[in-house]
Write a protein that binds this ligand. Structure first.
Ligand SMILES: [Zn+2]
Length: 270
């Protein structure tokens, strides 16, 4: 099947418009004004880049998708599993300063139009959520910690229990992130992956010759989503690896921690 992401502008990949009435995508590292090691479209305010440049970069991305930066909502992410519903009162939070983002939150969702939900990434997994029946969209930040802590399932359970969203109406897109090819982890991580999956038969990792493992975070999240009741045909995963494509994306691991951040974003249009 075709990859769900296509390059729509030099600043971002858009998610194929199988999703009616939703604008969503993932930024590239191109088209901004930041200098090394953030060249050029660094969108993270917490990595010691010049703030003026980051805000200019954010304005450029906002404009590229036909929005204003003051419609965007950001989070102060901590690799945990807390999610937050946001609305008009939250517009602009975190857009001009890191500390004004939603505190301690790694997942955002809304039922309101014209808010852009945004989270920052450099290898961690962006998971996009939307429903074909209910007006609702969400996004989560899932590195290995957030994944094993079940942030994806949290979003599903919250939507089903608190927002009356039928689970079979929920569609998932998994965006550019470090993939199995490039993501070596040790036994400590794998023990937690096994704990999160319990009786799932297919393990989302392979072992290497040096007693380590190559972990597939995308499959891990897919299996956790299936356990939560999401239909398999509603889960779409990109093949884009941030570490393999360092000319296109920032990669925390490939660039040894000294790099910028991309944004995953999602918005209800109508
Ligand atoms: Zn790779």
């Amino acid at each position: 099947m075709a990859d769900p992401f296509t390059l729509e502008h030099r600043t971002y990949y858009g998610i194929e418009k199988t999703l009616d009435k939703v604008t969503a995508g993932f930024s590239t590292r191109h088209g901004g004004v930041s200098q090394e090691p953030f060249r050029t479209l660094n969108l993270g305010l917490h990595v010691n880049d010049d703030e003026v440049n980051v805000i200019e970069n954010r304005k450029r991305l906002a404009e590229a998708i036909g929005t204003q930066l003051n419609q965007w909502v950001f989070a102060h992410q901590v690799h945990d599993n807390q999610i937050q519903k946001v609305g008009q009162k939250d517009k602009g939070k975190g857009s001009n300063s890191y500390d004004s983002g939603m505190m301690g939150i790694d997942g955002l969702f809304t039922k309101e139009r014209d808010l852009v939900l945004a989270l920052a990434y450099a290898d961690c997994v962006p998971i996009y959520f939307f429903s074909k029946e209910v007006h609702i969209v969400g996004i989560a930040h899932a590195g290995w910690k957030g994944s094993v802590k079940g942030i994806a399932s949290r979003m599903i359970e919250t939507w089903v229990k608190e927002e009356n969203v039928p689970v079979e109406s929920i569609h998932i897109v998994v965006g550019p992130s470090i993939q199995h090819c490039c993501y070596e982890v040790d036994q400590r991580v794998i023990s937690q992956v096994d704990g999160a999956l319990e009786r799932v038969y297919d393990r989302p990792y392979t072992s290497t010759e040096n007693s380590k493992f190559q972990l597939n975070l995308q499959q891990l999240n897919k299996q956790l989503l299936l356990k939560s009741g999401v239909l398999e045909e509603n889960i779409h995963i990109t093949d884009l690896c941030t570490s393999c494509n360092v000319n296109e994306f920032f990669s925390h691991r490939k660039e040894k921690g000294s790099t910028g951040r991309m944004l995953g974003f999602i918005k209800l249009d109508q």
